[in-house]
Design a protein around this ligand. Sequence first.
Ligand code: MSP
Length: 657
Amino acid sequence: MGKYFVTTPIYYVNDVPHIGTAYPTVAADVVARFHRMMGDLVRMSTGTDENATKVARVALQRGEQPKAFVDGMAAAFQDTWRRMNIQYDDFVRTTEPRQHAAVQRFIETLYARGDVYYAEYEGWYCIPCETHYLEGQLTEGNCPECGRGVEWMKEPGYFFRLSQYTEPLLDYIAAHPDWLQPEYRKNEVVAFLKGGLRDVNITRKSDWGIPVPAALPNSAGLVIYVWYDALINYITSAGYPDAPTEFAQWWPADAHLVGKDIFTRFHATLWPAMLMAAGLPLPETVVAHGYWTIGGEKISKSKHGGKGFRINPLDLAQELTDAAGCTFDIAVDALRYFLLREMPFGADGDFSLEAVYRRYNNDLGNDLGNLVNRTVTMIDRYCGGVIPAVAEVLPEAGHAAKLVEAHLGGRVVNYMEALKAVWELLSYLNRYIEESAPWKLQKAGDTDAVARVMYTLAEGLRHAAVLLYPVMPTAAARIAAQIGWAHPTWTWSSLAWGGLRPGTQIAAAGPIFPRILETGAPTVEPTPEIPAPAPAPAPTEAPAPAPEIAQITIDDFAKVQLKVGTILTAEKHPKADKLLKLQVDLGEETPRQIIAGIAAVYTPEALVGRQIIVVANLQPAKLRGEISQGMLLAASDGEGIAVLSPDKAVPNGSKVR
Ligand code: MSP
């Protein structure tokens, strides 16, 4: 058992929470949850950066007092994180008295040590980015970060002797190879340091911010530069300066998670230099993550002059809730999953609702949800709804746990690989169903073998739920409930094989991730029993004669997902004589509705119970007002139609290649 202290940046309150700020917050929550599961003493801190010049400016533009404005914004952040299931232990607001005390003590200490001194400052300054630049750092005379104009500032104030720390920082980096992550960003820091560091002005003339301590000469009217103040939040959270026991317990932090924009200059240079100057240990790791863009554009208020694309995570979760008919908590889980699964933590990626929906339907609905559903349904059917005797250990489950532990618990955290490891286990379990074909074993009366398969599936799923808990706590709990793990303990030690007790009653199966039918709009009311839909373009129409049939590659063909399904019900389309409305079991959580143009040739009765082949990844479409979620394959010479079927029974959901 150890301690683990992870931090997020503290967010500027001139903007509302958006997907970009949710990203490091979710990431920090996930490692924090993981370490709690390991039995570590955990602290996750986040907060709001409220002393920026621009904050006061925005408040006044809105006709609000700065303090009232920041109170409201801090509450909005707290509310958003609570609804996103973020379990932070501390929320630092830089307007709090404890932050004022910490910053003032810090400055006094450095002044006493000679690392802070009084002098005259002159130079370029970008107000939106709150950053100084040297002439040579400007891009065509503008801010190199946001591209906006810079202002010439000339004022006397206090300076921090940053120039002293070029060599110590380079030495520290050389001696601590994984201190700065990822590797390629570390190289950027080294290059930046090799360019040399200049002393920085750490005060401003303002009445909004933390005043320079009165004990320092000429302090009247001066406040601390917002970045200098903000970085100190990390030690404020740990108990600096007045709670030394607490501070010794928590500091240094184990991981600062920050965006690439605030990595090199601030978290990999200024902050460690400040800590060195104060004689305090440096954080164990500083990890830079990449940027989410939308349609290739940065999500940023300062860049778009306030009109930029900013996606509120709660709005997104609500949209997903409406589109899928899942609960809000599950949509939040899906978003958390998406953010960490879609792109490597250090890289940049484009955010789109379509991509979220795709991952939701494929990874969560198909790979995970269907597996739970099939398992629970089979245990119900074959074992009377009771967990059978413990089967032998499944090595794949232990293997997945080891990988997740290595990727979430190591000094180098890799969320994507951790999730991939869980998906390996899920794919294994999905294959295991097909290969062991419990329906055949049942038919053959091999009840021992059926019991073995069912236990392996249920216990394998229990393992998956534990491994997924840090990322998707709600889904993990739902899975636990369905497989009858009534009092789940979300600890790593609960991963011992055999934790699911034989004789336990499972719960009723129910879709955890109901399928999204049409991207963008909630088209179908999901009802637990009468599953909603699946679509199909009418296969009766003869294909338009192509002057030349283009050849496709095997990769083109691989994009088409063909699956076997059984027609559960068939009826005439209420509004179209040529169409039939089918409910087809594709081995998923809910059957799909498929509208097929075969009414002229097939009666509904002739189709029920029949196995067919379905294009399963066709975009849903409405056919005469009825949603169709796939297309069945049929041969046609332009007149007759012959629906294709496999030549012997195979499990629903089997792939056709
Ligand atoms: N207040 C400073 C941080 C001080 S930490 C001592 C700040 N605040 S911020 O609100 O502008 O940004 C906070 C974090 O959100 C940064 O790490 C930034 O990289 C991250 N993101 C903001 N937009 C982002 C994306 N579009 N994508 C990913 N992360 C982004 O900087």
